[in-house]
Design a protein around this ligand. Structure first.
Ligand code: PEP
Length: 249
């Protein structure tokens, strides 16, 4: 099945208002290559100003609370993010699983909240280096997929991002064979959970993707785009990844 590639940037806790200037070049590339989807997830403080500045670019969030409102100091709900113009929300990033102790069931509840409010949920999964060295990578990742995804998820609002924890921000990437094997395993697990919807769900690769390795990573079977951290912070680094995706479409 043909799936549109999605190239999504995750700025993490980086960027102030002046950094939004980078979005112009990214928006221009997105318009030049309409055959791929492009999104940027800046810090929450920049979502509304980003939407105002580049209305032609999909802007997303990096997390949401599972509840719509309530006594949760410092948190943001899916309807709040939707109200200020977010299209997507990343849930279950490994940094949040590690730093905030988020569990698979937390991630599932956040994905459900995203869907309730019309946001696309980008659900992240990935093994640690210790788990890979112990030969458990596939079991860990497919276990996360099974436990983190709502069973009524559909391809129009769910995206999965496979991000090996040891590849994030390290400059290390898995072999293309390892990426293919893991993405195929995720696809098979999706079939078990959501049946007929599984072939339409995009599975992104994330972890040290850059302009030099994007073309080969994005060409791997079942790699339907990228979730990009460091290289999404500047248009100069991110646009070549968009171009690599567009060349494969
Ligand atoms: C990420 O954390 O989502 C990520 C992929 O980061 P980087 O591209 O910097 O490895």
């Amino acid at each position: 099945m043909a799936r549109r590639k999605l190239i999504a940037g995750n700025w993490k806790m980086n960027g102030h208002l002046d950094h939004l200037r980078e979005l112009h070049g990214i928006e221009k590339a997105a318009k030049t290559h309409p055959q791929v989807d492009v999104a940027i997830c800046p810090p929450a403080t920049l979502i509304a100003p980003a939407v105002a500045r580049v209305p032609g670019l999909a802007i997303g969030a990096q997390d949401c609370h599972a509840a719509d409102k309530g006594a949760h100091t410092g948190c943001l709900s899916a309807p709040m993010l939707k109200e200020v113009g977010a299209h997507h929300v990343i849930v279950g990033h490994s940094e949040r699983r590690a730093d905030q102790g988020e569990t698979d069931s937390d991630v599932k509840a956040k994905a459900e909240a995203a869907h309730r409010h019309g946001l696309t949920a980008i659900v992240c999964v990935g093994e640690t280096e210790e788990e890979r060295d112990a030969g458990q990578a596939e079991a860990v990742v497919t276990g996360q997929v099974s436990a983190s995804l709502p069973s009524d998820a559909t391809a129009d609002w769910l995206v999965v991002a496979y991000e090996p924890v040891w590849a994030i921000g390290t400059g290390r990437v898995p072999t293309l064979d390892d990426v293919a094997t893991m993405h195929a395993a995720i696809r098979a697990t999706l079939s078990d959970i959501i049946g007929d919807e599984a072939p339409g769900v995009r599975i992104l690769y994330g972890g040290s993707m850059n302009g030099d390795n994007a073309a080969e990573l994005l060409a791997v079977d079942n790699v339907d785009g990228g979730l990009v951290g460091g290289a999404s912070l500047s248009a100069d680094k991110f646009v070549p990844i968009i171009e690599a995706g567009a060349a494969l479409a």
